[in-house]
Design a protein around this ligand. Structure first.
Ligand SMILES: Nc1ncnc2c1ncn2[C@@H]1O[C@H](COP(=O)(O)OP(=O)(O)O)[C@@H](O)[C@H]1O
Ligand SMILES: N[C@@H](CCC(=O)OP(=O)(O)O)C(=O)O
Length: 380
């Protein structure tokens, strides 16, 4: 599957990309009659199973709930005439969607794990960390998270509205290396190819600038999806800034991921350095709420890219909640790193200096895997 991989697809190969997010647009999943395109989905499930067998861990962001539910409820305009219609359609359609994924992945020995999230779940740091931890655990267990926006409870103001940006955010939360957006077009064209026959495919984008954005009209050619090309470009910006490569490629072929791997047809948005992106966010934008003092062994472990475990902490200062930013200082008092606390200050103080085996008894609940996880930490 990966032998003939072209350059555009190379960053998403199992060897180069241990964790991949695959987003599937409504127009691919749902036919014009409003039913799941099962045969096509079975082909995609084969692709996913092959990648999983090659060691790649997968997260699926699946659209289609509104389009599926609209048909079942006989709603006009694909269920998008009003927010209430979309919410009702999503509630009905999501069941059918989950069922299809569970069956098709299950038939290939893969456990589908449904997660429905709202914008707030990923914007709020604590909830983001929770979602991130759940994703991490599911992936380590070999399950395949299937994610969609929780459209039935999302309000007009507080929603993604499109799954492209959701996929990019999920990519961040899952610690993914790549995001592939499967759509009904081959990639980003110089203009909407549905309207302009002279439009040509752009194969590689180093940075999403105004000239690139101008190529995506606000319109969506499929009439079923919600974001159009504009939301895909926003997703590309979110992902690449976080050090995640993103591709837009056609999902219309029978085995879309294998086909992409074989000919690399699509648009690759090149990732920016992950360390720089994290450093910019953690080191620059936020001020620390507290401080965790650590011993020399912990400093060495952090410098080697490890998480901060409670055993290496010698003291905790300040008042912080789980998910808030803390400085990590070494024996000489210098700040060696900054990261997001996995525990609130009181619990951090309780577990400081303790071995992992003692934590559950001390806390009275299951312990987190670290005081500050390496995925949410930057060396200074
Ligand atoms: N510059 C462009 N290049 C490619 N597609 C474009 C462009 N501008 C607008 N589009 C439209 O965006 C559509 C894809 O978005 P959308 O229908 O939301 O897909 P999905 O359901 O896969 O999310 C294409 O079918 C195309 O009509
Ligand atoms: N959450 C919505 C999908 C919204 C959306 O982004 O659709 P699409 O543009 O087809 O990926 C649903 O499940 O219907």
């Amino acid at each position: 599957m990966v032998a003939a991989m072209s350059d555009a697809a190379a960053p998403f190969a199992p060897g180069a990309c241990p964790r991949l997010v695959v987003k599937i647009g409504s127009s691919l999943l749902v036919d014009r009659e409003g039913a799941v395109r099962r045969e096509w989905l079975a082909g995609l499930a084969d692709d996913l199973a092959a990648r999983h067998a090659a060691g790649q861990r997968l997260v699926i962001v699946s659209s289609g709930a509104i389009a599926l539910g609209a048909r079942r409820l006989a709603l006009a305009k694909g269920g998008r005439a009003s927010l209430e219609d979309a919410q009702a359609a999503a509630a009905v359609g999501q069941i059918a969607l989950s069922q299809a994924w569970a069956e098709l992945l299950g038939a290939r020995g893969l456990a589908a794990a449904q997660m429905l999230v709202t914008l707030d779940d990923l914007e709020d740091r604590r909830r983001y960390l929770n979602a991130s931890a759940t994703l991490g655990r599911l992936l380590s267990l070999g399950a395949v998270p299937v994610i969609n926006e929780n459209d039935s409870v999302a309000t007009a103001e507080i929603r993604f509205g499109d799954n492209d940006r959701l996929a990019a955010r999920v990519g961040q939360a899952a610690g993914a290396d790549g995001v592939v957006l499967l759509s009904d077009v081959d990639g980003l064209f110089t203009a909407n190819p549905a309207r302009d026959p002279c439009a040509t495919l752009i194969e590689r984008v180093e940075a999403v600038h105004a000239g690139i954005r101008a190529m995506a009209g606000a319109d969506s050619g499929s009439g079923m999806g919600s974001g159009g090309m504009a939301s895909k470009l926003q997703a590309a910006e979110i992902a690449t800034r976080a050090g995640i490569a993103l591709a837009i490629t056609s999902g219309t072929r029978a085995n879309p991921l294998a086909a992409f791997a074989a000919d690399g047809r699509g648009t690759l948005f090149v990732a920016n350095g992950r360390a720089r992106a994290r450093q910019g966010w953690l080191g620059g934008r936020l001020t620390a709420r507290g401080r965790i003092r650590v011993d020399a062994g912990a400093v060495a472990a952090l410098r080697a890219g490890k998480s901060l475990l409670p055993a290496g902490a010698v003291g905790v200062e300040g008042r912080f909640e789980r998910g808030q930013v803390v400085d990590i200082t070494g024996p000489d008092g210098a700040v060696v790193a900054r990261g997001l606390a996995e525990y609130p200050a009181a619990e951090a103080a309780l577990v400081a200096g303790r071995r992992s085996s003692e934590l559950a008894d001390l806390l009275g609940h299951a312990p987190r895997s670290a005081l500050v996880h390496r995925d949410h930490l930057v060396l200074l």
